[in-house]
Ligand binder design. Structure first.
Ligand code: C2E
Ligand code: CA
Ligand code: CA
Length: 752
């Protein structure tokens, strides 16, 4: 029983335990559920609160409408942006916000997108409560129920005025000049495209002007950039004030402006407009209490005469402006197509010459320079040639002038120097130790690296003595900038080179200039030499130059010695060095050695090479030339059937020769026998000429002509007489140490 009782109690207890456990478990489950529920609720609440917070504190304006578009709620940002309080808009349609800036299609597109995709996003201009229009970034999204029907619309927007402002500012920066506020180059080209299209439609004219201020830089440099800036602003304002609607002024940078003048029917109108602009700019400006006066150079091209795109038009106007500057500033230059094509062909020509240099079509010829008296070759002048594959040998004056103002002249000049040095080196090797002269163009001489480059070239040819190189510069080039040229010459002389002034006599050197040029050689221009045998004025110039070189202790060389006679006269005048076709023409390198070996001085020179004349005796040579010319004049008259033009022609004492003979010469040479022998010869010349003149006047041309040969014979007799006189007053030249003459003494007359 007790066992049974125990069993029952145990069973009860177990039962109790099980029930307790079950209850505990169900309680626990209930608790978990309650907790979960609670937590879920908490989460939902939190989320709501979060949404609320988001809704209330969002920076973006939010509006919630029902399906019919009635506003159900808005957030504070909405009120802040739109100015409408919540209760002012609840129940109303967002249409109240419309700015009126967008048309119906804008809104119908927007609603199409919302209906089809469930949302729309874009920029929209709305109006706030106070009537101000501002830009919004707006996005509208639909809210659907489980059946998929639209129940609400949520619109979120932000005010993007600031962004827009920034965008405008950026645009301003990209299209406008910051200093003057004028359109910049980018906007200008854009406007030009439009202007071109419009000009074409309206069949009017479009003037494209490129304007560059004259004298702006000094203002900037002396008064400072600030003043410069103010001046630019003033100029911009003045131009702008003259523009009509449709015209554009742009600043292209620095002191450059461009103007588009539209709707002209005549070029004249365009000119007037530009002139008004120039006048306005030329009005004085007060800056920092300083009265500033500037001007403008303007280049203009007119469309459609100049039928090009915007960029080319502007470039043409720019080119024309450059020409205006060259013309001397403060003026207009009109772009000219003809000029342009010339410039273009000029450009092509330059490229062709550059190609000639690169392709090895250039070469040097050498023309000997000799000492007439000593019968020696003293040097060679390098003269450039262009061996053109089609056109044959082109002389330098047919291509160098085209590049005179171009950098290419410097490059070619360097090539000439290097080539001449290499040639000297190889001549040195074979025992021809001579001097080579190279011609240097003005631009090359004044290029900043001239001396340094020269030094570098010399260092590449160490076997060449710098004294073997002579530089020839034109007199005109030397005078261009005497100070800097003098310095360059001195630098070159320090390197051991010598300098010659080429074409001397053509540049009107004043004595002071000549004195300041540290050149060691003057090269008398060939025009004087060529004519000195027949033209006493040219002879006088040659004598004058000789006198200068003596005074300044320079060497002198005559170029253009075309005949042995030239050489003879030069020797008589004391000019020993000469160059010219009468000695040798410029020749190819390969011919030089042979020529130098075989050259012999002309026998004509030997008569006078040992002699020397006092300056006071030089008029004998002039008299010879005067006489020559007088007879030539008579012959000319004879050949043309004209009366002899000289006024005192029949009077043998009144011709230039006669004046010399009966004047100064009779005093100096009256005691010399050969002098008196000349008189009858000279008189006879006049008799023959008189006779001829009578025949000509009587129309007896045949008889007149018959006297021609006799006149020439008599002329030569006079000249022979003069030469005998010259011979009789000559002295032994100081350079001659020939023993056969040493008894006479170096500068004493040989015979009387
Ligand atoms: P230039 O320096 O006065 O050279 C002398 C020119 O006169 C050469 O002409 C020569 O052939 C010519 N000539 C020489 N003797 C006589 C003569 O008796 N009668 C006549 N009628 N002419 C004579 P080329 O070679 O045609 O040179 C012409 C000019 O070209 C040179 O005048 C020189 O100024 C320039 N030139 C030549 N080579 C160069 C060069 O390498 N560089 C530079 N910058 N200029 C050069
Ligand atoms: Ca020369
Ligand atoms: Ca010359």
């Amino acid at each position: 029983m007790l066992y049974l009782f125990g069993l029952i109690v145990t069973a009860y207890l177990i039962n109790l335990f099980i029930r307790l456990e079950l209850t505990r478990r169900s309680l626990k489950k209930a608790h978990t559920e309650v907790t979960a529920h609670y937590q879920a609720q908490l989460r939902a609440e939190q989320q709501l609160r979060l949404h609320d917070t988001a809704f209330y504190s969002a920076q973006e304006g939010i509006s919630l409408t029902d399906a019919s578009g009635k506003i159900m709620d808005v957030n504070p940002a909405f009120s802040r942006i739109t100015g409408y309080q919540r209760d002012e808009v609840l129940g109303r349609n967002p249409k109240v916000l419309k700015s009126g800036r967008h048309d119906e299609t804008f809104y119908s597109n927007m609603w199409d997108s919302i209906n089809n995709t469930g949302n729309w996003r874009g920029e929209i201009w709305n109006r706030n409560k106070y009537g101000e229009i501002y830009p919004q970034m707006l996005s509208i999204t639909t809210v659907n129920n489980t059946e998929g029907e639209v129940t609400n619309y949520v619109a979120v927007f932000s005010d993007i005025s600031r962004l827009k402002e920034q965008e405008v500012k950026l645009q301003q920066m990209a299209y406008f000049d910051a200093l003057t506020g004028l359109p910049n180059r980018v906007l200008l080209t854009d406007r030009m495209d439009q202007a071109i299209a419009q000009t074409r439609r309206s069949q009017t004219l479009l003037g494209v002007c490129f304007l560059d201020l004259d004298g702006f830089k000094p203002v900037n440099d002396t008064l400072g950039h600030d003043a410069g800036d103010r001046l630019l602003i003033e100029v911009a304002n003045r131009i702008n004030a003259l523009m009509r609607g449709g015209d554009t002024v742009a600043r292209l940078g620095g002191d450059e402006f461009a103007i588009l003048l539209q709707n002209f029917s005549k070029i004249e109108e365009c000119r007037w407009a530009v002139q008004r602009v120039m006048q306005a700019i030329a009005e004085p400006v007060m800056i920092d209490g300083e009265m500033i006066k500037i001007s403008a150079s303007v280049g203009v091209t007119v469309y459609p005469q100049d039928q090009c795109d915007a960029e080319t038009l502007l470039r043409h106007a720019d080119q024309a402006m450059y020409q205006a500057k060259q013309k001397g500033k403060d003026c207009i230059h009109w772009f000219d197509h003809h000029e342009d094509s010339l410039a273009r062909s000029h450009h092509e020509r330059i490229s062709r010459i550059e190609a000639a240099l690169n392709d090895g079509e250039l070469l040097l010829y050498y023309q000997p320079k000799v000492d007439l008296r000593q019968g020696k070759v003293v040097g060679l002048e390098a003269l450039i040639r262009w061996q053109h594959p089609d056109d044959g040998m082109i002389p330098p004056l047919s291509f160098l002038p085209a590049i005179e103002e171009h950098g290419l002249i410097v490059k070619i000049g360097q090539w000439v120097i290097d080539t001449a040095l290499a040639q000297l080196e190889s001549w040195n090797k074979v025992g021809l130790k001579t001097q080579v002269s190279v011609n240097v163009a003005s631009r090359q001489l004044q290029s900043p690296n001239f001396v340094a480059d020269l030094q570098l070239s010399l260092s590449r040819y160490p076997t060449v003595d710098p004294a073997q190189v002579e530089i020839e510069v034109l007199e005109t080039a030397a005078l261009e900038d005497i100070v800097s040229v003098s310095r360059i010459i001195e630098d070159c002389r320090d390197l051991g080179l010598s300098f010659a002034i080429d074409d001397f006599g053509t540049g009107y050197s004043s004595l002071t200039y000549l004195k300041r040029l540290p050149a060691s050689v003057l090269k008398i221009d060939r025009s004087f030499i060529q004519d000195m045998l027949t033209d006493p004025e040219n002879l006088a110039i040659v004598q004058g130059i000789m006198g200068l070189t003596k005074a300044f202790q320079m060497k002198v060389i005559a170029e253009g010695v075309e005949t042995a006679e030239h050489g003879r006269l030069l020797l008589q005048l004391g000019c020993d060095l000469a160059q010219g076709f009468g000695i040798a023409k410029p020749m190819a390198t390969e011919q030089v050695l042979e020529w130098v070996e075989n050259w012999r001085p002309d026998p004509l020179w030997q008569d006078v090479s040992g002699l020397y004349w006092d300056d006071a005796d030089h008029p004998i040579f002039v008299a010879e030339v005067e006489h020559h010319r007088w007879v030539a004049m008579v012959i000319y008259a004879l050949e043309n059937g004209q009366p002899i033009p000289h006024k005192h022609f029949s009077d043998h004492s009144r011709c230039a020769f006669g004046e010399w003979y009966y004047g100064w010469a009779s005093n100096r040479y009256g005691h010399i026998y050969s002098f008196h022998q000349i008189e009858p010869l000279h008189q006879r010349v006049h008799e023959i000429a008189n006779e001829m003149d009578r025949y000509i006047q009587d129309g007896k041309m045949a008889q007149a002509r018959e006297l021609g040969p006799e006149l020439l014979k008599q002329r030569d007799a006079v000249i022979d007489g003069l030469r005998q006189l010259a011979q009789s007053v000559a002295m032994v030249h100081p350079s001659i140490t020939d023993t056969s003459r040493s008894d006479v003494g170096s500068t004493s007359p040989i015979s009387h």
